[in-house]
Write a protein that binds this ligand. Sequence first.
Ligand code: NAD
Length: 260
Amino acid sequence: MRLRHTAVVITGAGGGIGRAIALAFAREGANLVCADLGESAAGVAEEAARAGVKALAETADVTKPEDMARMARRALDELGRLDVLVTCAGTGASGLFAEQDEAAWLRVIDVNLNGTSRAIRACLPAMLERRAGRIVTISSIFGKTGGSGYVTAYAASKHGVLGLTRALAAELGSQGYPGITVNAVCPGYVRAGMGVALQSTKAGPVPGEEIFDRYYRRQVPLRRMIEADEIAGAVVFLALPESGGITGQALNVDGGFFMS
Ligand SMILES: NC(=O)c1ccc[n+]([C@@H]2O[C@H](COP(=O)([O-])OP(=O)(O)OC[C@H]3O[C@@H](n4cnc5c(N)ncnc54)[C@H](O)[C@@H]3O)[C@@H](O)[C@H]2O)c1
């Protein structure tokens, strides 16, 4: 219960990793705004509330600035504050770069990169006012490397998320806001959400676990996929008082796959 009475906003909270993050914060006593498309976050908010915290489900599309503004307002109006933002909403595109139409590229960039920026833009004013806050973006190991193919738009967007994270951390620190930290978590192959969804290969769509076995397991020192709870643990750590000296970092939680 190290985050009792704090308020955490999570985009993409209805997904595999988002759910684990919401439940981990709830176990620490934090109140939550669980945001996602449609009714996707309703079940997660219900589950989180069983830990005895306030957990609000919010329908919010990260491609819509007005949804992001409403999400932030909900935290301030109903939870009385906004301490932590986790930007977990994300999407991918199938197929090879040369075969993709521009719309697929634009959609991935708009959700993953612009969506991260929109969520931060909506939540940052409350943090600036209190001169305190924690922003944790969810990038990916493909924010640092190109994978083994079929991830061009996704990797471009996740590299962009790291650029935003680092530059904003530098800007806030040097503009007199050392109480606001901005860090990224870079998951490797996670046994949840997109990590187990169908993914493109030359022979057609294949479940994520099989992709991991075929192309990645031998490159990962721990020789296993990561659990969603392990991502959530890293995100919660970056919101705790003892991590206040960490900003502008991109923490890999990937079984040692990418050591940089
Ligand atoms: N699972 C993995 O192996 C893995 C690895 C690296 C990074 N990630 C990242 O972790 C995050 C969560 O992914 P996940 O694996 O839980 O997948 P997921 O598909 O289960 O979760 C993604 C969530 O984002 C939501 N979302 C999509 N478009 C949105 C939009 N426009 N507005 C609001 N919400 C939207 C979806 O509804 C979904 O609930 C993503 O950013 C993803 O890129 C996942």
